[in-house]
Ligand binder design. Structure first.
Ligand code: AMP
Ligand code: MG
Length: 190
């Protein structure tokens, strides 16, 4: 297996995909090839084909054993990919049954991450971004519960580092400071 594997996480609405896309553009200019894979899209391909859901935002309400099965299949597909890979995913997913680990042991052993990045910002900014995003069915959540989710994600990331020896980096994606987030992300990916 070759290449660098960077797992990028963050609560819904923090702007992971935006930061990833802009960072990939910078890296392409530097001739550093990366492939970005969206873990949720990989799961959704199967979930939709099996008729479990019609929309990607319905997956987190599925029975947790089904979510885990979809998760394992996605991890196997992504784990088999070659080269430098960015995985756009979640340290934990908020489900009706509680926080579901995004990278349990059977996912980590497929992915072998070198680094886990936590994209974070202030809860009030996340709340407003979710309200403004009409393309997605984001959970209506108060700022306290966003704080809790970001705290839990740090705890999950520390556990993943313990299991794999991967490094953990926090990248802030604050309003009007996307360039700072991109600089920090590109430094991790380079
Ligand atoms: P996203 O577009 O990144 O918000 O992902 C869409 C959905 O995919 C999430 O709401 C989860 O249901 C699912 N998902 C993404 N990554 C994972 C993961 N590592 N483990 C379990 N579910 C995931
Ligand atoms: Mg996204």
């Amino acid at each position: 297996m070759s290449g660098k594997r960077v797992v990028i996480t963050g609560v819904p609405g923090v702007g992971k995909t935006t930061v990833i896309d802009a960072s990939m553009k910078r890296l392409a200019e530097e001739k550093i090839p990366y492939k970005a894979v969206n873990f949720g899209s990989c799961m959704f391909d199967t979930a939709k084909a099996e008729g479990f859901v019609e929309d990607r935002d319905q997956m987190r309400t599925l029975d947790k054993d089904i979510q885990k099965k979809l998760q394992k299949l996605a991890a196997q597909r992504i784990g088999a990919m070659e080269g430098n890979i960015i995985v756009d995913t979640h340290a934990s997913v908020k489900t009706p049954a509680g926080y579901l680990p995004g990278l349990p042991e059977w996912v980590l052993t497929e992915l072998h991450p070198d680094t886990i990045v936590l994209v974070e910002t202030d809860e009030d900014q996340i709340l407003l971004r979710r309200i403004g995003d009409e393309s997605r069915k984001r959970d209506a959540e108060g700022s306290r519960s966003i704080v809790e989710h970001q705290q839990m994600n740090r705890a999950f990331a520390a556990a993943y580092a313990m299991m794999t020896g991967c490094t953990v980096q926090i990248v802030r994606n604050e309003n009007f400071l996307l360039d700072h987030a991109i600089d920090a992300m590109v430094t991790v990916l380079r």
